[in-house]
Design a protein around this ligand. Structure first.
Ligand code: SF4
Ligand code: SF4
Length: 331
């Protein structure tokens, strides 16, 4: 068994669903920005990439806090596996360096970004392909995975990229028509390949996926400060929002991964998607026949339908104090 085969076997035994390797030098050469391997550490030879899937049962609840807890547990697992892979390599005499999956380096670019963009490492190492909404899609679990990357100075055998893209783009478009913040492209040239138009409006997505975070906090504060007549300060201070905010800081509940709409409806996933659409209200997220398209000239445009009516309020990020603002204040 080669070192790479042994490593892959170990990674799977620790819980990784699939594993790949891309050469650090080859990857460095194709990255157009500062998210290059050398930004994290110089002298590394290989990037090991793996994914861990979220529990499918977490999609059987409508409680977003429970679902996002599942995300955090999955992310913790990714960090643990990364540490174990690095230790395994170090016992063999190499360097092992887990790259933090969540930390953003504010000096890299204006919007927060990690020192490596894991989804592209995953695509280059054949673990999956990047879809219309810029999530990594994997053959077994679609986008419902978290990604880990470990760098090493060991020269490992590389794995080939997947031959076919898992996302058919506008021929599917399910994530785009349901995304509550319209962060996913709804139009493309009819003959364009998915790689030409896949994209995500990160700001818009953040306002959906961060129920409690710096952006929603600022939006709420702005509303509280500038609404006339001003709200009753006592009611503002006693509002449940602050308790939720505190809980979010402590447990991450709602801090990120508070929107799963594009995860629910994405068909790739040989091991989980059938189970997901067996869940009655998941089947009705996009009822049969509800994905519409308009064709004109050489363009195709998806017909936006948004999230189901009963979930819309979950994505109104400056409405948390709506009850207090409506009541007004008569000192
Ligand atoms: S996480 Fe939510 S807001 Fe972000 S792209 Fe997916 S559906 Fe849209
Ligand atoms: S829902 Fe469809 S269009 Fe969106 S990423 Fe998944 S496969 Fe691609």
């Amino acid at each position: 068994m080669t070192l790479t085969e042994e490593l892959f076997e170990f990674a799977r035994s620790r819980g990784a669903d699939s594993v790949g390797v891309v050469s650090a030098e080859a990857y460095e050469a194709i990255v157009p920005n500062l998210q290059k391997p050398s930004t994290t550490a110089k002298g590394m030879k290989s990037l090991i990439c793996f994914v861990k899937h979220m529990l499918t049962g977490s999609f059987a609840t409508r409680d977003v806090s429970v679902q996002s807890l599942n995300s955090h547990v999955c992310m913790d697992r990714v960090e643990r596996i990364s540490m174990e892979l690095a230790e395994w390599l170090e016992k063999k005499g190499y360097l092992g360096l887990p790259v933090p999956p969540e930390a953003a380096d504010m000096s890299l670019q204006r919007s927060p970004a990690g020192t490596l963009d894991f989804k592209w490492v995953a695509e280059e190492s054949g673990v999956g392909t990047v879809g219309l909404e810029l999530n990594l899609l994997t053959p077994d679990y679609g986008p419902r995975v978290y990604i880990g990357v470990v760098m090493t100075d060991a020269e490992l055998e590389t794995t080939p990229k997947l031959e076919q893209h898992l996302c058919p783009g506008m021929k599917c478009g399910r994530c785009a028509v349901i995304c509550p913040t319209q962060a996913i492209p709804l139009r493309a040239r009819r003959d364009a390949h998915i790689t030409e138009y896949r994209n995500l409006d990160k700001r818009a997505c953040a306002s959906g996926a961060e129920r409690i975070g710096i952006k929603p906090l600022l939006l709420n504060l702005r509303k509280l400060i500038f609404t006339t007549p001003p709200p009753d300060p006592q009611r503002v201070l006693e509002h449940v929002y602050w308790k939720e905010f505190w809980q979010s800081i402590n447990s991450k509940l709602g801090a990120f991964a508070a929107c799963f709409e594009c995860f629910y409806v994405c068909p790739p996933g040989a091991k989980d998607f059938r189970k997901i659409i067996r869940i009655p209200y998941r089947r009705m997220d996009i009822p049969p026949g509800k994905v519409g398209r308009r064709h004109f000239d050489d363009m195709v445009e998806m017909v936006y339908r948004g999230v189901p009516e009963e979930r819309k309020s979950e994505y109104e990020r400056d409405q948390d104090f709506g009850d207090v603002l409506q009541a007004g204040h008569n000192p």
